[in-house]
Design a protein around this ligand. Structure first.
Ligand SMILES: [Ca+2]
Ligand SMILES: [Ca+2]
Ligand SMILES: [Ca+2]
Ligand SMILES: [Ca+2]
Length: 340
């Protein structure tokens, strides 16, 4: 897709937003994006809008007017940055202050995930030849290796009670979801599908795990019981849906959807209904996570409008309705994979 089409797509989204502002009397309402099998007709409609709006000469968007850094001392955000060369794990205050590097090695350290009590961070790393899961204290000390397997083990996610860690592994062929005790013992497979099953995320009550799977062809968000039973598909569309993150109250699930080269942040009810998008298509927006109080969302953005090299990836935060965006990590080299 040509860059001009991205901008035109953004314009069409903007018009929908402005229309909703008028309708609701001033507050910005997230734009309904797509639902189930209606996706194809929705997109055709959008494509038609593109050409209708292409001649519009002005473009100012709430999505690209960044607010001053917010002062929200609600826990710290852990993320990955390549600012110092390799992929390392950093922590920052939610307003972007006090960014501190925790790992320091030539290997790729990625997918950090807070323990529920905030004292430890699980992550995956290639430091021992292949990808394995490690845990360290919140200050970066006392790194411990939890998996030791020649296949790739990645995407760790702590259970809400802190006793277990779900993860993805290719040890049995294609990627499946596994669970282990927080000390690495009793590694047990939960899924068994011919597709790739990745991105596990525990529900806040610990009874279910959301995940991404290609078992039905296109990447969709699924949910299953924490013992692997009763898997159910939540999304069903032509987007590549991934990175589910359950809201702290358990009622909603964040995820990102990739289509036509652009990824958008989406939110839906925990049963898969009422899918809406929170970001426009002027940038790649991906890897969304909730703040602990459920009021804010952190995510990664590659902004097409900044005009920099393609590896300018920033960590942003925004309100759970898509308003109030702030950049909290904008270093050269790319910033990825936040967890709050
Ligand atoms: Ca590293
Ligand atoms: Ca491994
Ligand atoms: Ca699988
Ligand atoms: Ca999909």
């Amino acid at each position: 897709m040509k860059p001009s089409l991205f901008i035109a797509l953004a314009l069409s989204v903007l018009c929908l937003v402005l229309a909703s502002v008028v309708i609701t009397g001033g507050s910005i309402t997230p734009v309904p994006a797509y639902a189930g099998s209606d996706i194809h007709s929705t997109l055709r409609s959008d494509d038609h809008l593109i050409y209708q709006e292409k001649a519009s000469p002005t473009f100012t968007s709430a999505f690209t007017t960044y607010l001053p850094l917010l002062q929200r001392p609600i826990g710290k955000i852990v993320f990955v940055s390549t600012r110092d060369g390799g992929a390392e794990i950093y922590v920052t205050n939610p307003d972007g202050t006090e960014q501190t590097r925790l790992t320091n090695n030539v290997f790729t350290d990625f997918n950090p995930n807070w323990s529920p009590d905030g004292t430890r961070i699980a992550f995956d790393s290639t430091r021992d030849d292949n990808t394995d899961i490690y845990v360290m204290k919140a200050d970066g000390t006392e790194e411990i290796r939890l998996t030791n397997n020649s296949a790739d083990d990645s995407n760790p996610d702590w259970s809400p009670d802190g006793t277990q860690i779900a993860f993805a592994s290719t040890r049995d062929g294609n990627a499946e979801i596994y669970v282990m005790n927080a000390d690495g013992t009793e590694q047990t497979r939960l899924t068994n599908s011919p597709g790739d099953d990745v991105d596990p995320d525990w529900s806040p009550d610990g009874t279910q795990i959301a995940f991404t799977s290609t078992r039905d062809g296109n990447a969709e968000i699924y949910v299953m019981n924490a013992d692997g039973t009763a898997p159910a598909r939540l999304t069903n569309n032509s987007y590549l849906d991934s990175s589910p993150d359950w809201s702290p109250d358990g009622n909603r699930i964040l995820f990102d959807g990739l289509l036509l080269g652009t990824s958008t942040i989406c939110i839906m009810n925990a049963d898969g209904t009422n899918v809406i998008t929170l970001t426009d298509r002027t940038a790649e927006n991906f890897s969304p996570v909730w703040s602990p109080d459920g009021t804010r969302i952190a995510f990664a953005t590659l902004d097409h409008l900044i005009g920099g090299p393609p590896h300018f990836v920033y960590i942003h935060t925004m309100n759970s309705d898509g308003t109030g965006r702030a950049i909290i990590a904008s270093s050269w080299g790319g910033n990825y994979s936040p967890d709050w």
